[in-house]
Design a protein around this ligand. Structure first.
Ligand code: SF4
Ligand code: SF4
Length: 74
């Protein structure tokens, strides 16, 4: 994977995230907050100002397709 200065994308659709909050738990910078969507389900949101791009959140997540970074999607 290429190095990037962008924060990871933890999921590109809600089918790729069950809201388990493991990513939030392992983040060494407390950069991930679990926030409610409009239907009342929790999803992780990364604070890019706190994120140090260590990718631990991507590695702990058991859902596939966790290699996307914002720079790669644009
Ligand atoms: S670890 Fe993966 S499935 Fe769990 S909340 Fe984070 S992104 Fe969603
Ligand atoms: S890349 Fe590292 S610092 Fe950034 S949100 Fe993921 S675990 Fe936290």
């Amino acid at each position: 994977m290429e190095k990037t200065s962008k924060s990871p994308i933890l999921y590109s659709s809600k089918e790729e995230c069950c809201g388990c909050a493991l990513c939030c738990a392992v983040c060494p910078s407390q950069a991930i907050n679990m926030e409610y969507d409009t239907e009342g389900f929790l999803y992780p949101v990364i604070d890019e100002h706190k994120c140090i791009k260590c990718k631990k959140c991507l590695k702990i997540c058991f859902f596939p397709k966790k290699t996307l970074f914002k720079a790669e999607r644009s």
